[in-house]
Design a protein around this ligand. Sequence first.
Ligand SMILES: C[S@@+](CC[C@H](N)C(=O)[O-])C[C@H]1O[C@@H](n2cnc3c(N)ncnc32)[C@H](O)[C@@H]1O
Length: 269
Amino acid sequence: MRNTYVHGYSRREADRLSDQAGTLEELLHHDTVFPDGSRILEAGCGTGAQTAILAHRSPRALITAVDLSETSLKKASLRIDAQGIDTVYFHRADCTRLPYADHHFDHVFVCFMLEHLAQPGDVLAELRRVLQPGGSVTVIEGDHGSFYCYPETAAARQTVRCLIDLQAESGGDALIGRRLYPLLAGAGFNDIRVSPRVVYVDPSRPEWERGFSRDTFIAMVAGVGQVAIERRMMSPSAWQRGISDLKATIGKGTFHYTFFKAVGRSPGY
Ligand SMILES: C[S@@+](CC[C@H](N)C(=O)[O-])C[C@H]1O[C@@H](n2cnc3c(N)ncnc32)[C@H](O)[C@@H]1O
């Protein structure tokens, strides 16, 4: 499996993931609750932005959070310790071959990881292997094809297209949100429910302009600027114009994006 992570592991990206998690917490997690004493696997925890939310919302669940990146796991561990949380265990592990026995966990949680994988269906099947029969999988992913804004220029749209294309080249799929139902069904999960979580931003919601439009979405697109320019996907001036046009929606225009949250159940219960 190719595994070039398009967003990288910089400090700026860690901050962006934190801003994203904080801004979106109610929208994505108002219904994320796990029973006391249940064993949760968080796959691809990164720097722990979602881990902290899971631990706060289900304070008596036991969370095992895994990631490929040792650096991210260290940051995640510092974050969790700083918040006085003692229900999370971090392990370095590859979700394509998890070091756990069959049926080891009661529930599995995945957020913004499948979009970076060349074979997301295989990883979902591996997650199902470690789930109890009847245990749940929760997957949250975005879909950059759901983005539109007003005013919208060709240059702005092209910057987003560059991110989608670069992610596809590194083996991922920035349009994966629309595929969650078939992916979970293909991996053998039952009782699948997908709910779109719509982000709508206008100047009456300045906290969303800052937390989502500027610090989450535009920051993510801007993060691939250097590579997009080096690869001649856009000229430097067209890129700058596109990013400026995206920013110009703030304070006077609108911004739209849809996340998808899927919940399924492991069969055999
Ligand atoms: C966009 S980050 C999301 C982090 C976190 N879930 C969040 O929402 O803040 C994706 C993470 O998936 C991890 N990852 C990618 N492939 C993986 C694999 N095969 N096994 C474990 N982690 C993986 C990356 O190292 C990265 O930390």
